[in-house]
Write a protein of this length. Structure first.
Length: 516
């Protein structure tokens, strides 16, 4: 996760999407339904099946003789490969790319393809003493079938220089041909569909079954489920070639190019690795300007392979629906980190300070809030305080009395009386110590001390917990950063769609009211 700098993300940067070309088969080819007879030497001879087109150079060689192929010309190396692949598919064998020779300019000047059964397995792979897994089945039978092309510079074409059509093994039937490795091709369109389905929480195995249903059978899909898994994994590794962090930041740069008000800032540690990362889009900015009087956030959810805490900034709109103000991934949960986060959040929100803040009670977070937002009201999540009381007091009557101090709007003198009762009932040193610690910060959790302060009707961080549920739906444990950030964005879009629907219902419907 090495980084080269930090700061606000530059906007307008262009990204280039790498692609891989589809490999197909020669148009108009038909699979031969006849099996080639075996010669006395045990080699397979191939029937002569030539389909002649209007141009002699466009002959479809389904099962040609050697003299039909020798000297055949191709404008590109890809056309030569496509030709031999089509021939192999029609006959019933799998092709393996073999030798390749380039000239000084890097252009391919010679290329060889061979039958996948060419050669023999090295005995050292069968006699390994440190083997953990059983050896794979032997598939090579020392077949000599191959196809050579060479480049002629004067005419700028590739010419077939050697062709061996004979095989020393049984060829597969047309029904078996889809299982040959060279015939199992996951096209870019298939990959795009699988990636899209995965983003929509559809598992890869279910995506494959959907493709089978669309194609009318397993043999019509064009590949096996393992091929799809391998293609997805290769695509994932391709994204990671420049590093996980670089891929994640490239995604955020692309968002910045499309959103003029997009904001992203990150920091690096002593080893030049990604430390903290914060981002928010223009919708979050507008929501915060309108509904940012009460800010809720915590960092209890770890989503990625680096165990970076995820911080979600949320609030409530005028329909009491949850709105998202921003997201952050942190390197740790210290005072310095939280201070950096809150200052960055403020800078991204045009220095608009919240009236009140709700958190889960982390001490480092509380100190950072007091330092950055000294004039804001700070309330601890009532649910967390109540749960801590159960864990520390372990006395039902004592817990009930303490919970009354949390929720009931006692006058201050009455609250003091209730607290004295709690002190007298506490019987163990641990209970007394915990009660004294909570009394010292009662102004951040007791309803008696918080009366008259605006919190928008909220007293817990439940909205963050519900947003964590949204995020959890889209994330697997241990995901990389470049997968984590788009998944969080997808969860945010889902939340906003729900919020928009709530607003629609509130605007165009009227509650049914019944008189008492």
């Amino acid at each position: 996760m090495s980084m080269k700098g930090s700061g606000k993300m530059d906007r307008g940067l262009e990204t280039s999407n790498g692609g891989c070309s589809d490999s197909g088969y020669l148009g108009g080819c038909e699979r031969s339904s006849h099996r080639a007879p075996t010669t006395e030497t045990g080699h397979m001879s191939v029937q002569h099946m030539v389909s002649q087109s209007s141009d002699d150079n466009d002959v479809d060689m389904i099962a040609p003789r050697k003299e039909d192929v020798m000297g055949k010309e191709f404008k590109t190396i890809e056309l030569a490969e496509e030709y031999y692949m089509s021939y192999a598919k029609g006959i019933g064998f799998s092709v393996r790319k073999d030798k390749l020779v380039r000239n000084a300019e890097g252009k391919i000047c010679r290329r060889r393809w061979c039958c996948s059964k060419e050669g023999l397995r090295n005995e050292k792979f069968n006699d390994r003493s440190d083997r953990i897994r059983p050896p794979k089945p032997i598939t090579r039978e020392n077949c000599s079938a191959h196809f050579w092309v060479g480049y002629e510079k004067k005419r700028d074409v590739y010419v077939v220089t050697n062709f061996e059509p004979h095989h020393n093994h049984q060829l597969v039937t047309p029904l078996e041909s889809p299982y040959l490795r060279c015939n199992r091709v996951v096209r870019n369109s298939d990959l795009a569909q699988a990636v899209g389905m995965r983003r929509a929480l559809v598992r890869t195995c279910q995506t494959y079954e959907y493709m089978v249903d669309q194609c009318g059978g397993y043999l019509n899909v064009g590949f096996q489920i393992k091929d799809l898994y391998n293609k997805l994994d290769a695509s994932r590794r391709e994204i990671l070639l420049d590093g996980d962090t670089e891929a994640a930041l490239s995604y955020l740069k692309a968002k910045g190019a499309m959103d003029p008000e997009f904001f992203c800032k990150f920091s690096v540690d002593e080893e030049n690795r990604l430390g903290n990362l914060f981002w928010r889009d223009s919708t979050s900015l507008l929501d915060y300007i309108a509904y940012g009087d009460v800010l809720i956030f915590d960092s209890t959810y770890k989503t990625n392979v680096y165990d970076k805490p995820l911080v979600l900034f949320v609030g409530s709109n005028n329909y009491r629906s949850t709105v998202m103000f921003g997201c952050a991934l942190l390197q740790d949960e210290t005072f310095e980190t939280y201070k950096w986060l809150l200052e960055t959040f403020m800078a991204s929100m045009k220095d608009k300070k919240p009236i009140s803040i709700l958190t889960d009670g982390d001490e480092a977070m509380r100190k950072a809030i007091d330092d950055v937002f000294p004039m804001s009201n700070h309330r601890l999540c009532s649910w967390h305080v109540s749960r801590n009381a159960q864990n520390n007091l372990k006395d039902d009557e004592l817990v009930r009395n303490f919970q009354a101090c949390i929720w009931e709007p006692f006058a201050l003198d009455e609250f003091e009386k209730k607290w004295e009762v709690l002190r007298e009932r506490a019987s163990t040193p641990k209970q007394k110590e915990w009660l004294e610690m909570m009394y010292a910060k009662s102004d951040s959790w007791a309803e008696s001390c918080l009366r008259g302060k605006f919190f928008g009707g909220m007293c817990t961080t439940q909205r963050v917990e519900s947003m964590n549920k949204y995020v959890k739906d889209y994330l697997r444990k241990g995901v990389k950063l470049f997968e984590c950030i788009p998944a969080i964005d997808r969860a945010m879009l889902r939340l906003r769609n729900t919020t928009a629907k709530d607003g629609f219902n509130a605007k165009y419907s009227t509650p049914s009211l019944k008189p008492h």
